[in-house]
Design a protein around this ligand. Structure first.
Ligand SMILES: C[S@@+](CC[C@H](N)C(=O)[O-])C[C@H]1O[C@@H](n2cnc3c(N)ncnc32)[C@H](O)[C@@H]1O
Length: 292
C-alpha cells in the first residue's frame, strides 16, 4: 500500500470529516449511557504538519490553516461546531506540547469520550499502527488488522450503542466503495441503531451520484419497515465534475442523531465559505440517499 495519510493531514476533507465527527460525538454524549467508538481505518493518530510528507503538498494550508486564519480574522465563522473543533485541536496540541501537529480521528475521538465510553481503533499498516499505539497509549484498544474484517468482532458492542467511522483510503477506488457498502450493511444488520459515518471522495460528481443511487437500492430497513434514516453531506472546492483529482469530500451518515442535520445546515456553508474562497465548489446536506 502506497497511501500515507500524512500527505493529506489537516486538508479540507479532514476538516470537513473531523468537524462532523466531533458533532456526532457531542450528540452521542448527551445520553449518560456509554457507547463504543469504532474507527476501522484509524491512521497514525497524530501528524506533524512540519515534516517532509506534510510539507510536500502543503494540503493543511487549504484546510485547518485556512479555518484558523478565518477564526482570528475580521469576520470569523460563528457556528459553534467549528469553534468546538478548533478549540479541541488546540487543546490536543497544547496537552501534547506539539504546536505543529494535527490530530487525526482517534485523538479527536478520545478527546470527546467520557469514562463510560470505549474506543477501538484499527489500522492495517504496521508503521502507522505503531505510531497510533504510541499516540493513544492505554486509553483505547488498538489493533493492527483489516478494519473491514474486524467489524464483525466488535459488533454488536455490549453497550448496544456505537459510532462507527469508516474512512478507507480509496487507493483501489472501486474495491473500497464495494467494501464500504458491505461494511455498512453488515454493521446495521448487527446493530440497527448504530450511528455510522462513511467518508467518500468526490473525484467526479457523476460517479459519486451513481454510487449513492446504487446504494439507495440496497439501503437497509429499520425496525417497523421504514428505511434507516440517513444524511448525505458534501463539500466540494472545485467544480464537482472536474477531472482534476479530489474535487470534494462526502460523508454518508446512517442513523444521524437528533438535530445533526439542522446543525450541519448552519456550519457546513460557513465552512465552505472559508475553505473555498473562489467559490468554485459548493456544499449539500440531504436526508435521502438517492440523488433527486
Ligand atoms: C484516510 S486514512 C485514515 C484517517 C483517519 N481516519 C483520520 O481521520 O485521521 C486511511 C487509513 O486506513 C489505513 N488502511 C488502509 N486499508 C485498511 C484496512 N483494510 N483496514 C484498516 N486500515 C486500513 C491506511 O493505512 C490509512 O492510515
Amino acid at each position: 500500500m502506497k497511501y500515507r495519510h500524512a500527505f493529506h493531514a489537516g486538508n479540507f476533507a479532514d476538516v470537513h470529516k473531523h468537524v462532523a465527527l466531533l458533532a456526532l460525538l457531542r450528540a452521542l454524549t448527551r445520553k449518560d449511557t456509554g457507547f463504543l467508538l469504532l474507527d476501522t481505518h484509524a491512521g497514525r493518530g497524530l501528524y506533524d504538519l512540519g515534516d517532509a510528507d506534510a510539507r510536500k503538498g502543503n494540503e493543511a494550508a487549504g484546510g485547518i490553516a485556512r479555518l484558523e486564519a478565518a477564526q482570528s480574522g475580521a469576520t470569523p465563522p460563528v457556528a459553534a461546531e467549528l469553534a468546538d473543533y478548533l478549540a479541541s485541536v488546540q487543546q490536543i496540541r497544547s496537552e501534547r506540547r506539539e504546536r505543529r501537529s494535527y490530530p487525526g480521528s482517534p485523538l479527536l475521538g478520545l478527546h470527546a469520550l467520557r469514562a463510560q465510553d470505549r474506543a477501538v481503533f484499527i489500522e492495517t499498516q504496521p508503521s502507522e499502527h505503531a505510531a497510533l499505539r504510541a499516540a493513544v497509549g492505554k486509553r483505547a484498544t488498538v489493533e493492527c488488522a483489516d478494519g473491514f474484517l474486524r467489524l464483525e468482532n466488535w459488533l454488536p458492542p455490549r453497550e448496544r450503542r456505537a459510532l462507527v467511522l469508516i474512512d478507507p483510503p480509496y487507493e483501489t477506488t472501486a474495491a473500497d466503495f464495494r467494501a464500504v457498502e458491505r461494511a455498512l450493511i453488515e454493521t446495521l444488520r448487527r446493530l440497527a441503531n448504530a450511528v455510522i459515518m462513511i467518508w467518500y471522495p468526490i473525484k467526479h460528481g457523476r460517479d459519486t451520484d451513481q454510487w449513492l443511487n446504487r446504494l439507495a437500492l440496497r439501503w437497509p430497513k429499520a425496525a417497523g419497515g421504514a428505511a434507516t434514516p440517513c444524511l448525505v453531506n458534501e463539500l466540494w472546492i472545485h467544480p464537482r465534475d472536474n477531472r482534476a483529482g479530489l474535487n470534494g469530500s462526502g460523508l454518508l451518515i446512517a442513523n444521524p442523531p437528533y438535530l445533526i442535520a439542522e446543525q450541519m445546515r448552519a456550519w457546513l456553508p460557513q465552512l465552505h465559505r472559508v475553505l473555498d474562497p473562489t467559490h468554485a465548489g459548493g456544499w449539500l446536506v440531504r436526508e435521502s440517499l438517492a440523488v433527486p
